[in-house]
Design a protein around this ligand. Structure first.
Ligand SMILES: CC(C)(COP(=O)(O)OP(=O)(O)OC[C@H]1O[C@@H](n2cnc3c(N)ncnc32)[C@H](O)[C@@H]1OP(=O)(O)O)[C@@H](O)C(=O)NCCC(=O)NCCS
Length: 157
């Protein structure tokens, strides 16, 4: 499929919200709003075809050594074409350019996908306490079944 990846611009924000929206409604992703995205625009990247936006990814920097992949979503009509995997690789490249020693983690309901992009499952309690600050906004905060995973560049399956 013909798509390209690039850093997000201000005029991508509505498209980003549209891609995230169905997954936010399902409780798979945390809600984001225009201000959240505008204030952190440099951490967002998009996948676009010549006609439309089809995917988005972002990351959050806790400090130079700890980054979280977040707000990853691909329009359901474009699943299973490699868009998600390319977005993860693009964001990892972005992070590694900022910090060679970064530990990159994610919290996900889709560990199979992340395993295929080079992440390994870890115990949640091995991640620092501060990463749980967003849990208050999550629909599943009292019954969390997310898997914690850390990126290991050399273990893609
Ligand atoms: C997860 C998501 C981003 C994957 O996007 P995608 O573009 O369909 O994924 P890709 O086509 O790049 O798939 C990469 C690999 O993962 C596999 N994969 C993708 N989705 C999968 C799923 N739901 N279950 C199991 N494997 C999956 C693919 O088969 C592919 O395997 P291969 O390399 O052996 O062919 C997409 O399903 C999505 O937007 N989900 C809803 C939001 C979400 O869960 N975000 C992540 C939360 S942190």
């Amino acid at each position: 499929m013909n798509f390209t990846l690039r850093k997000a611009h201000n005029n991508d924000i509505n498209n980003i919200l549209n891609i995230l929206s169905p997954y936010v409604k399902q409780g798979i992703l945390l809600p984001r709003n225009t201000d959240d995205i505008a204030n952190n625009l440099s951490t967002f990247s998009v996948a676009v075809t010549p006609k439309k936006h089809i995917g988005v990814i972002s990351f959050y920097k806790y400090n130079n050594k700890l980054y979280e992949i977040r707000s990853l979503a691909v329009d359901q009509r474009y699943h299973h074409h490699g868009v998600g995997k390319h977005l993860v690789e693009y964001a990892i490249n972005d992070i590694v350019q900022q910090s060679k020693e970064a530990i990159i983690f994610c919290l996900t309901y889709n560990p199979v996908f992340f395993k295929k992009t080079g992440f390994l499952e870890v115990e949640k309690n091995t991640l620092p306490h501060k990463i749980w600050k967003d849990c208050q906004y999550c629909k599943h905060r009292d019954n969390c079944t997310e898997t914690a995973m850390i990126y290991k560049a050399d273990i893609k399956v």
